[in-house]
Each structure stands twice: as structure tokens, then as C-alpha cells.
Design a protein around this ligand. Structure first.
Ligand SMILES: [Zn+2]
Ligand SMILES: [Zn+2]
Length: 345
């Protein structure tokens, strides 16, 4: 499914076209993957509509699961690579497709901040296809207990949510707030319950059915975005596209608390909330706002391991590859419960 040009879904409800494209030829250090499943992400709407600028034409999809069909990986200083790229092995690819490996960010474990960072489905062809090629050192083995369709959403919503949770610096027993309760935060809730079993988790959503869903998954409280929770918060993860929830979260924070914004972009519509921040109640006492910039390979691997151990599985619906346009449209219209996955091969 090929994206040839930027368009709003309103003007063009079928932005992707179903094409025969040549099978990718791999170079040194790359593998060829037969794709079996690929998650559909909100970032793909941003790519199609031009808010995130993809190289064109491109095959979208950055939550890719498949089988290694061919491998030309020859160098492996650490030994880790050889284990990963056996032909026939089941692997996943996340948003991070390449980084330089030499700069200060790469060397300090924050390769997601590398200036030479390349993204799957933005800079290189992704998983909305029968085959894709990728650098062998940027694929991740999928634990046996997780199916292809379960693994796909874990590779983006799950792994980025996991990084956001790490950036909260939470200790067991401290309270965690979740602003918004969609594809990512519902997995964060399951992860947080496993990692921080004594921590109360308070969920804020404007959508009553999401609040019910949160309580069913074990949230200790759920309310509207501007509602007062029964407890102050030590950290908050915000996944909404607007600023109102950030302002509310800052009011609810304990001293030294942190708001982690897990969003690739924020809308301009209510930006004046930032200009009106009340210093004594919203920022003083060493409160912080921090953003999340996608994921590192280590985040993805740690999270897949944790998901297998804690039996963390996303809610998902499956679609066929040729129905990718329909799937994106449903996502745009907000017809979602959990994640959407394209089945391929
Ligand atoms: Zn994504
Ligand atoms: Zn680098």
C-alpha cells in the first residue's frame, strides 16, 4: 500500500494505493522480512496529511511483525545480532530503523535523539507490504507467548508508553496519573500495575466509556480531565493532542512531580493555556514538564520481555492489508477500542 502524495483524508479518503512493487534487495547488514502483521498508528494519519513529513513515495507502517526470510548480516561485534537474525525467526520492527551509533546520544543510550535517526515508514519503507528490508541490528525477537497481531501494537503504542513510564521516575507506592486513555495509556496501565503494584493509578478522560474501560482494567479512580482526583499525583503521562490536560496535570502534581508528554505533536488551538500558567500552583516546587521522543531499541526489547512476563496484551481488531484506507479512516473518525492491525501473508 503506497503513499504517493500528501492529502487530507477529507479530500481523499483513499490516499494509499494497492500496487505491485519489486521485492526489496538487501545489502550488507540487512535482512528481508516476510511481513505477517503491521499495526496502524495515529502517526500514519500525520504522515498522510503532512504534519509529519515522510519521504515520498513510501510504504507506511512502523509496528511490523514478520519472519526473517533472508539475511546478509555479517558483522556482529557483540554476538547479540547473530541470535536475532536467524532465517525463519519471528521478529518485530519499531519506529527506530537506524541511528549513527557514534554520537553522544547514541553512546549514552538515547539513540532516539540521534541527528541521523531514521524512522520506519517515514524515511524507509515500512510494513504495509508483503516484504520489507531493514537493518538486522534494528529488529527485535518476539517472545513465543505473544502472537503476531498482539505484538504489533506493542512495538509502538506499547514501547513508547513504556519509555514514558520510565521517564516518570516513579517508585512503587507513588501515585501515577494518566491523561487520556487510548491505544498507549491502556497498555501503560497494565505495565504500571505490574512494575509498581502498590502505586495508585488515576485516569483522566473526557470519554465516559474510556473511564469505564480504565476502571475495568484496574485503575483506582477515573474522572474527567478537569475533575479533582482523591489524591495528588507524583507523575502524570499525558497522551492528549491539546494543552488543557497539561495545565490540569500540573495543578494536581506533588512537589518534585513530573508531567511526561507522550505526543508527537500538540495542537495550537488552546496554546494560550501555557501563557496563563500560574507559577505558584503549577510550576513552583520543582515541578517539571518533559516530552518523549519515540523509542530506543533497548526500550523495545525491555518492553517485549516485560509484556511476555506480565502477560500484557493489547486489545486489537484485525483488517486485511488492502483495507488499509478504510482502517485509517475509522481511526480518524475515532471508531476505536484498543489498536488496529493489518494482517498480511
Ligand atoms: Zn506509532
Ligand atoms: Zn547517533
Amino acid at each position: 500500500m503506497l503513499l504517493r502524495e500528501i492529502a487530507s483524508l477529507k479530500q481523499n479518503p483513499n490516499p494509499l494505493s494497492y500496487n505491485e512493487i519489486p521485492e526489496p534487495q538487501i545489502g550488507e547488514g540487512e535482512i528481508l522480512m516476510r511481513v505477517t502483521a503491521c499495526g496502524v498508528c495515529h502517526t500514519e494519519l500525520d504522515e498522510i496529511e503532512g504534519r509529519v513529513k515522510p519521504q515520498l513515495p513510501i510504504v507506511l507502517g512502523h509496528q511490523v511483525v514478520g519472519i526473517v526470510e533472508e539475511s546478509s548480516a555479517t558483522t556482529d561485534p557483540t554476538g547479540a545480532l547473530r541470535r536475532v537474525v536467524t532465517t525463519g525467526q519471528r521478529v518485530g520492527v519499531a519506529w527506530i530503523a537506524s541511528a549513527c551509533g557514534k554520537c553522544e546520544h547514541c553512546l549514552s543510550g538515547n539513540e532516539n535523539l540521534c541527528a541521523e535517526f531514521k524512522a520506519t515508514g517515514r524515511d524507509i519503507n515500512g510494513g504495509y507490504a508483503e516484504y520489507m528490508k531493514v537493518r538486522a541490528d534494528f529488529v527485535h525477537p518476539i517472545p513465543d507467548s505473544i502472537s503476531d497481531s498482539e505484538a504489533a501494537p506493542l512495538l509502538c503504542a506499547g514501547a513508547v508508553g513504556y519509555r514514558a513510564l520510565k521517564l516518570c521516575n516513579l517508585h512503587d507506592g507513588q501515585s501515577l496519573g494518566l491523561m487520556g486513555f487510548g491505544g498507549s495509556n491502556h497498555i501503560v496501565l497494565k505495565t504500571a500495575k505490574h512494575k509498581f503494584p502498590s502505586s495508585p493509578i488515576l485516569v483522566f478522560s473526557r470519554n465516559p466509556s474510556e473511564r469505564e474501560f480504565a476502571l475495568a482494567l484496574g485503575a483506582s479512580w477515573a474522572g474527567a480531565i478537569d475533575q479533582s482526583p482523591p489524591k495528588a499525583l507524583d507523575a502524570v503521562i499525558d497522551t492528549t493532542p491539546v494543552w488543557g490536560p497539561v495545565g490540569e496535570a500540573l495543578k494536581r502534581l506533588n512537589p518534585g512531580g513530573r508531567v511526561v508528554v507522550n505526543a508527537i505533536r500538540k495542537e495550537e488551538s488552546d496554546k494560550e493555556i501555557l501563557m496563563k500558567l500560574d507559577y505558584p500552583s503549577q510550576l513552583w516546587m520543582e515541578k517539571e514538564i518533559k516530552s518523549v521522543a519515540n523509542v530506543t531499541r533497548q526500550d523495545v526489547r525491555e518492553f517485549l520481555q516485560l509484556a511476555a512476563e506480565a502477560n500484557i496484551k493489547p486489545e486489537f481488531q484485525e483488517y486485511e492489508l488492502k483495507d488499509a484506507n478504510q482502517t485509517l479512516l475509522e481511526m480518524k473518525q475515532g471508531k476505536i477500542r484498543g489498536a488496529k492491525v493489518l494482517r498480511i501473508n
